[in-house]
Design a binder for this molecule. Structure first.
Ligand code: BDR
Ligand code: CA
Length: 318
């Protein structure tokens, strides 16, 4: 039986690459997309999620509109400089035909997970506001989810928006702290691993040669993102593989090495958005990490095997 997943997402170029990957993975059944601000505002994220399910000939997959603002902090700048003003590298995609469903993202998550306890994994590839709101609506989600896998954070490496913070955590650190301390089975796929995986321009060209609608779309939206990486990472000829790595974890966790530790998120000051694990866990004086649930933190990845897996699934016929 495929693993059912809901993808909470801010599409976004790598979000698009993650969603299209999930839709082609035989191990997964995507039962819904929920949207969040981050790379673009939530309204556009919703439009883009609808575009993606239509591109993949899966307009039956519900798309639920999520929070427009973080829990506590003001909305930070969306990532137009990374993903383009349209979230798809300024490629002028046609409007979607479909509409989002009525329930909000948080309501949809609660309804779906509580109706099928133990069956649905939540995969987050954006800021964590919707997951925190869903927990507030229904605390029993903690026992009812099959798991939570999130792309976000940086445990033992620098961030990518500040030295401390990765973008998804930075944009709603309060929600992220709620999600990390909730006590549900949680795996963090952060910059510790995603920056070890690089898709080069040759790799993308190889995908394009499959000649499908999906690989054509990926090739079309990628140049803007590649240029950003080249300019930001000292001439890097390729892109870090963030959001598809979270999907790859659900498909095949053996691609990753993990360690277990409680993680707290710093919510103010210069280290806002820092995901700080407690690898000691035996302090004389209790602290904010004491008795907090363990997260599985991905600390290493077989990047070559992951890239092969991605290629073999994304190039399947549409
Ligand atoms: C994360 O930030 C966004 O720009 C990407 O889509 C990814 O989810 C990487 O830090
Ligand atoms: Ca994302």
């Amino acid at each position: 039986m495929p693993q059912k997943i809901i993808i909470d997402t801010d599409p976004g170029i790598d979000d698009a690459m993650a969603i299209l990957f999930a839709l082609k993975a035989p191990e997964l059944e995507v039962v819904g997309l929920t949207t969040i601000y981050g790379n673009v505002h939530t309204d556009l994220a919703t439009q883009n999620a609808l575009r993606l399910v239509e591109l993949a000939h899966r307009p039956d997959i519900p798309v639920a509109h999520g929070a427009d603002l973080p829990l506590v902090t003001p909305l930070k700048q969306v990532a137009h400089h990374v993903h383009g003003v349209d979230g798809f590298g300024n490629t002028n995609q046609p409007p979607p035909r479909g509409k989002p469903i009525d329930p909000s993202a948080a309501q949809f998550i609660v309804e779906m997970v509580m109706a099928q306890p133990g069956e649905i994994t939540l995969v987050s590839t954006g800021p964590l506001t919707n997951l925190a709101l869903a927990l507030a609506l229904e605390p029993r989600l903690i026992e009812a989810v099959a798991g939570v896998v999130l792309m976000g954070g940086a445990a033992f490496v620098n961030g990518n928006v500040t030295p401390a913070a990765e973008a998804n955590i930075y944009k709603d650190p309060h929600a992220a702290d709620v999600v990390f301390t909730a006590g549900w089975p949680l795996t963090m796929v952060g910059l510790d691993v995603t920056t070890k995986i690089v898709m080069t321009s040759d790799y993308i060209a190889d995908l394009r040669s499959a000649g499908t609608r999906t690989t054509h779309f990926i090739d079309t939206i990628n140049p803007f993102y590649m240029t950003y990486y080249c300019q930001t990472y000292h001439g890097l000829n390729g892109m870090h593989v963030h959001d598809p790595a979270a999907i790859a974890y659900v498909v095949d966790p053996s691609l990753f090495a993990t360690l277990s530790a409680p993680v707290r998120v710093i919510t103010d000051g210069i280290a806002t958005g820092l995901t700080l694990p407690d690898c000691h866990q035996d302090w004389d004086i209790p602290n904010g990490w004491t008795d907090q649930p363990l997260a599985q933190i991905c600390i290493d990845v077989d990047a070559a095997r992951l890239l092969n897996l991605y290629r073999s699934y994304i190039t399947r016929p549409d």
